[in-house]
Design a protein around this ligand. Structure first.
Ligand code: 6PG
Length: 264
C-alpha cells in the first residue's frame, strides 16, 4: 500500500511506502503493470535490473505465486543496468544473484536473460559486446536512435551513485557510448554500466530506496542544488519518460514532505 505520492517536478514522482517489505510488494506491482502494458501494446517488454538489496526482495516475491503466473515470461527480455567485474557465480554478481534468487525459477527462456560477460574477456570488449546486444534486441524508438527500455530499476548508493555511475567518474558525462567499462578508484575495482543517454531514453525509470541510511543523501538528490559530479543519481532525467522514486518512510524522513507522512 502506498502512503503518499509527491510531485517533484523534473526530479520525479516520489512514492512513499511503509517499509522495505512494502517496497518489495509495490515494486512487484509496478513491474507487473509496466510489463503487462508494454506487452499489450508492443508484444515484447524490455527491462533492466540493478544490483543492491531491493531488486532481490522483488525477485523473491515475483518467483512465488500468484505473481509467477501473472508474467508473460516468454515475451520479456531482462538486462542489467550495471555489473561488477566478478564471475557470474560470485555472490557479488548482480546478474548471478538475480538468477539464483528468481530468474532460474521462473519460466523465462535463458536466451532472454542477458547477463554481462566477465570471464575470458577484457572489460572494454565486454562493454562493447553488451552494447551490441542491447542494440540488437531493444528497439530504438528515440530520435537519436537510442534503445528504449520499458522499465529500468535503479538503486541509489549511500554516496549518491546510481547504476555504476560513481561520484567524480567520467561515465557520468558520457554522451556517445551506451554501455561502458571503467575503473572506480574509490572501490579499487572495475564496473560495467549503462550511461546516462541509455538510461534516460527509457519509458520508465524507477529508483528503489530503503532505509534511514539513505535519508540525508536522498534529500540532497531531490531537494538540493544540482551537482551531478557529487550526486550522480541527479543525472537521471528521462528525456521522454517517467521517473519514479519508490522509497520507504525511513529513507523519506528528511524530505520536506516528511510531515505529511503517517507516523510509525
Ligand atoms: C551495484 C548497484 C548499485 C546499487 C546501489 C544501491 O551493483 O552496486 O547496481 O547502484 O543499486 O548501491 O544498493 P542498495 O539498494 O542495496 O543500497
Amino acid at each position: 500500500m502506498i502512503d503518499a505520492s509527491f510531485d517533484y517536478g523534473s526530479r520525479g514522482q516520489v512514492v512513499v511506502v511503509r517499509d522495505a517489505a512494502e517496497l518489495a510488494r509495490e515494486t512487484v506491482d509496478l513491474a507487473l503493470t509496466t510489463v503487462i502494458a508494454a506487452q499489450a501494446e508492443r508484444r515484447w517488454a524490455y527491462a533492466a535490473l540493478s544490483g543492491g538489496s531491493t531488486p532481490k526482495a522483488m525477485g523473491e516475491v515475483l518467483a512465488r505465486q500468484p505473481y509467477r503466473d501473472l508474467v508473460a515470461w516468454h515475451y520479456l527480455h531482462v538486462f542489467w543496468g550495471d555489473e561488477r567485474w566478478v564471475p557470474l557465480k560470485s555472490p557479488e554478481s548482480n546478474g548471478g544473484e538475480a538468477r539464483r534468487i528468481f530468474l532460474d525459477y521462473v519460466p523465462i527462456p535463458a536466451s532472454q536473460v542477458h547477463t554481462y560477460e566477465t570471464e575470458g574477456i577484457d572489460p572494454a570488449a565486454s562493454a562493447q559486446h553488451y552494447t551490441d546486444l542491447v542494440r540488437s534486441i531493444v528497439p530504438a524508438e528515440t530520435e537519436g536512435g537510442l534503445p528504449r527500455f520499458d522499465l529500468i530499476f535503479l538503486g541509489m548508493g549511500d554516496d549518491g551513485h546510481t547504476a555504476s555511475l560513481f561520484p567524480g567518474t567520467t561515465p557520468i558525462h558520457e554522451e556517445k557510448e551506451i554501455v561502458v567499462a571503467h575503473e572506480v578508484p574509490k572501490l579499487n575495482t572495475t564496473r560495467l554500466t549503462f550511461t546516462p543517454p541509455l538510461l534516460n531514453a527509457a519509458r520508465m525509470i524507477v529508483f528503489l530506496v530503503a532505509g534511514a541510511g539513505k535519508a540525508e543523501r536522498l534529500k540532497e538528490v531531490l531537494e538540493g542544488p544540482e551537482r551531478v559530479d557529487e550526486l550522480p543519481s541527479q543525472v537521471i532525467r528521462p528525456t521522454n519518460g517517467e521517473l519514479i522514486w519508490l522509497v520507504d518512510r525511513a529513507a523519506a524522513a528528511s524530505l520536506r514532505i516528511a510531515d505529511e507522512l503517517p507516523r510509525g
